[in-house]
Design a protein around this ligand. Sequence first.
Ligand code: MTE
Ligand code: MO
Length: 421
Amino acid sequence: MYTTHEFGCFYSQPLVPLLSLFLIDAVNVCKMSGLRAPSNYTEEPQRHPSLIVNSQEPFNAEPPRSALIASYVTPVDLFYKRNHGPIPVIDDIERYRVSICGLVEKPLELSMADIRKLRRHIVTATLQCAGNRRTAMSKVKAVKGVGWDVSAIGNAIWGGAKLADVLELVGISKLTSVSPLGGKHVEFVSVDKCKEEKGGPYKGSIPLIQATNSDAEVLLAYEMNGEPLNRDHGYPLRVIVPGVIGARSVKWLSSINIIENECQGFFMQRDYKMFPPTVNWENIDWSTRRPQMDFPVQSVICSLEEENTVKPGKIVVHGYAASGGGRGIERVDVSFDGGKTWVEAIRYQKSGIPYVADDTSSDKWAWVLFKAEADVSHTTEIVAKAVDISANVQPENVEVIWNLRGIFNTSWHRVHIHVQH
Ligand code: MTE
Ligand code: MO
């Protein structure tokens, strides 16, 4: 007996097409989304000239670090762009559909008009690539991956439908869980051609318990900073998973599959996992680690470059701090003498309003900007480190967290100050 559960999204056996004449409602197939995935880079969008390009094809770029502290909300054109293939194209938005299939009673296809009919929810959330600050980690020992400085992060106001509301349309009620560990996942599939997937689409998944939790605020977003998403950031529809590494926020969403276990795609199983420093490319066993989800506590000084020459006098330091899982920033410490003594920085989100690390008066998924100042009279190192509300701290040195994929460099951020008298 065939149940809707056995097929996932694709016909897997030759007799299925025949049977499907009779079982068309029962067999669970994801249809085309109307998104087109170019196989070369001739249809890329225009980009801001001040982005620092780390790789042209696929396009990976970050803004100068000073741009991050110019405003609490990062402008779209300066927001980092992280891609694994050419940017997909929509020829006719009327034909766009996102399908929901897998372990659901009745698969469903939604147009943009259907998605817009659902209650519109707004979340201010920081997106951070797990590879942020990778270049600094690669100075310890070579790592594999796109070289990022400190700006593979940005804070935006995302607008869209809550995934929990969308899943109710296929009969999955809020807070659905089998068990807190393991259990079903919700898989997000795109259309972009990624070489890591041997030309297949980018995909990833999150636990069903998170997807159906209205408070987790997982979005199918169609707006970024009050405007329709642009092509680089996932037009017409992308996932936003607040508090989780950027890799799970799948862009150019084509289908949503309810699956028995986590997604088996490359970016879940053979990437975005953190290994101990002893693991190298000869002895690596990917199956020994879980896919990374929440990002750890991070802070970076953005008002100064790695090397700075200044006159003696007052230095004002600005930067960002963020933690995953909705954990607020409890404290940011700044040292003007290489880490011997520390001052506590002032924290803020919207300017003029002092930051309090609780859900009611702050944006819990968003970064916190900080400011500290001191007189500097001789050559020194300025250092920043943050503490989140669960008392998680950043490691002092990058050496102890070195890993071959170069993810999660959250070591104390240090910049050098050369004082010229
Ligand atoms: N979604 C698709 N379809 N393809 C991708 O290459 N990259 C992921 C994620 N979603 C990616 C994707 C990664 S690794 C990150 S960090 C974020 O998108 C970056 O989002 P942004 O380009 O909007 O900043
Ligand atoms: Mo990423």
